[in-house]
Each structure stands twice: as structure tokens, then as C-alpha cells.
Design a protein around this ligand. Sequence first.
Ligand SMILES: [Zn+2]
Length: 239
Amino acid sequence: MRFSQLRGQRLSTLVAMEFLVCQNCAFVDEDSERMRKGYPCPVCEAPSVGGFPYFPSSIRDVLDMMQSAFHRGLTTPPFVDSTVGTPTQTADGSRLATIIYFSTLSDLLLEHFLREIASARDVTSPVVEYLLRETPYTRGRIEKLFPLLTQTKFGKAVSLVSNRTQRDYATIVTLAKDTNAKRNDLLHAGDKWAIAAGLPEECIDRSPELFELFASLHNEFVHPIYYNSLTPYLRLPDE
Ligand SMILES: [Zn+2]
């Protein structure tokens, strides 16, 4: 299915909501049986205490906002009042918004991962907030915070999870990086023409891969810490 053609259903219900996390060992997968109380986790055998979506609602909301921004450009009737805008401007606005949301989505997923690994490593909240505040940009978070908290360079981690899951995550990382650069071109230089035709569609269609990548990174680096400790993962639902 091409997600860019999906209508009448929120993308988050098909993509992000599917990922559930074991409240004991923190393994993340798309096993919907986890919703059933008492269901033994296939990884650690602890009985399920109910289905806990791994990705927070704030991230799922951004996914849905990206979807509606994308469709707004396709469905909004052409403006007739030239002081309000033209159909072309509407479509441009929708394309730009889609890129900005996609870029925001990848930033939020990275930050969520960094918070998860920091928490698993018992880094206290004030220290986590300090680290994030001192490293506000994506590049620094990837090049400094990620290796600091995982003891692995980001590129190496992507190869690791690609091999383990038999998926090629290098291409979605490249798309996120390119989109981030384009968003920066837009924000800092006002270069809205930097966005190639078809890029907004690609962002929508490939957004599930971002979620799969970060779920895999979680399983590679965060899950083993809980699996090998007596402390259960235990996250309260955020909604
Ligand atoms: Zn488990």
C-alpha cells in the first residue's frame, strides 16, 4: 500500500500504534497479542499487563499532522481571491509542511530514543535535560550524544540493526538527513525550491521505515539492559 494515497484513516493507527513494548524486558514489536492481559512475552515470558504503545502520542500526532498537511495541498479547492493565495501557493505550502513535519518526526524519534537509552542507563533526568539542551541540533545528537549513550557510532548502529533485522535502514537514514538539510535550507535561506518533486510523497510512503528503525535501535541497545536486569521497564501510558 502507498501511504501517500491513504485516505480517511490516520497514518498513526497503521504505523506507530502497531509497535507495542513489553513492560518487563522492553522488547518492541508488532505482536498485537501483547494487548491481551496475561499473554506471555515471546522474549522474556513475563505475562503482559496490557498493550503499551512504544511511541508516545506526541510523536504519533506529528505523523498525523504530516499526513493532513500533505493532503491539504491535494484537496483544498483553488483560491479565487489573489490576496489570499493561489492554488500553486497552496500546493507549495503543503509540500513544504510535509517536509518540515517529516524532518521534525525524525528529530523527535531520535530524541525519544536518546531519552530511552539514558533512562535505561540510569542517567538522571536533570542530566538528560542538560545533555539535550547543550546539544540541540540533530547533527550533534547523532555524532556526540548517540555514541556517548550507546558506546556505538550511529552509522555502525544502523548497520548492526540492518543486519539483525535483514532490512536496509541506510536509505531511510539518508532520506532523513537530506530532508533535514532541506528544512534548514528553507528555514535559514528561504530556499523553498530545494524540494524536489516527489519528495513529499516519498516522506509519507517511507515514514513507517523511520518507526521500524527506531524500534530496532531500541531492541538493540535499550532492551538488553532491562532483559539482563531485575528492574522491569514499566512505562506509564502517556495518554
Ligand atoms: Zn518481555
